[in-house]
Design a protein around this ligand. Structure first.
Ligand SMILES: Nc1ncnc2c1ncn2[C@@H]1O[C@H](COP(=O)(O)OP(=O)(O)OP(=O)(O)O)[C@@H](O)[C@H]1O
Ligand SMILES: [Mg+2]
Length: 219
């Protein structure tokens, strides 16, 4: 299967152009870092790539799927199968334990117990947070929380992982461990990973760096 991700086009939010004439290709096994000032369109770019926002013109291809042509009712299934999201503060369901947070994602993709519990444990172990499995998100450190969120993003073996400022709320060591986890998952498991960030400390983890300025991407 063609697992390449391509975004070509423009995207607007409430009528205001936030991304203009972008042309981007991300290959499996690659970690792409997109930097750029606040308001330059980074989050909008991720929303376009992940099918959360439809382009006003152009197209988005993920694993050969024409994302902009998917009917609204088909988009959740597409995201569940092909896209993993990581947000700035490791958004987790607070009422569930770390492993249950992963199991929710696995259930959505049709994997149930006991396999879902086994897979959740294996993922937490892979991202160095097995000791957090039974704990509530509020009892985790920022770095642990974010690694649980990264484990969840990879739960369904997505084609594409989109991380929006994943180290923004972390100190240096925790930020490095999160970036290490994202880079390893890209390189060892052949996922395409796009990280958008202002954080200069994470540049060394990127295979390629692009800059977004005023809705346009530059090398
Ligand atoms: N829901 C919205 N409605 C209208 N305009 C929006 C909306 N969300 C974002 N925008 C505008 O789109 C532009 C790009 O926003 P975006 O969130 O993509 O920037 P960003 O690069 O992610 O910024 P930051 O680094 O601050 O997160 C900004 O001008 C912003 O004000
Ligand atoms: Mg943003």
């Amino acid at each position: 299967m063609d697992r390449v991700t391509k975004v070509y086009g423009s995207g607007a939010r409430e009528g205001q152009a936030a991304v203009r004439e972008v042309s981007l290709r991300v290959d499996p096994g690659e970690l792409l870092l997109v930097e750029g000032p606040s308001g330059s369109g980074k989050t909008t770019l991720l929303a376009l790539a992940g099918g959360l926002l439809a382009p006003t013109s152009g197209h988005v291809r993920v694993a050969g799927i024409a994302v902009e042509r998917l009917a609204p009712r088909d988009r959740p299934a597409f995201r569940c199968r092909h896209v993993g999201f990581v947000f700035q503060r490791g958004l987790l369901v607070e009422a569930l334990s770390a492993e249950e947070n992963l199991e929710v994602a696995l259930h959505a993709a049709g994997l149930f117990r006991p396999e879902s519990a086994r897979r959740a444990r294996a993922l937490l172990e892979r991202f160095g947070v097995a000791h957090c499995a039974r704990r509530a998100p509020k009892s985790l450190s920022g770095g642990e929380r974010q690694r649980v969120a990264v484990a969840r993003a990879f739960a369904n073996e997505p084609t594409l992982v989109l991380a929006d400022e994943p180290t923004g709320s972390l100190d240096g060591a925790a930020g490095r461990s999160v970036m290490q986890a994202l880079a390893e998952a890209a390189h060892e498991n052949g996922r395409a990973v796009v990280v958008v960030s202002h954080d200069p400390r994470i540049r060394s983890f990127a295979d390629r760096i692009l800059e977004m300025v005023d809705g346009c991407l530059h090398a």
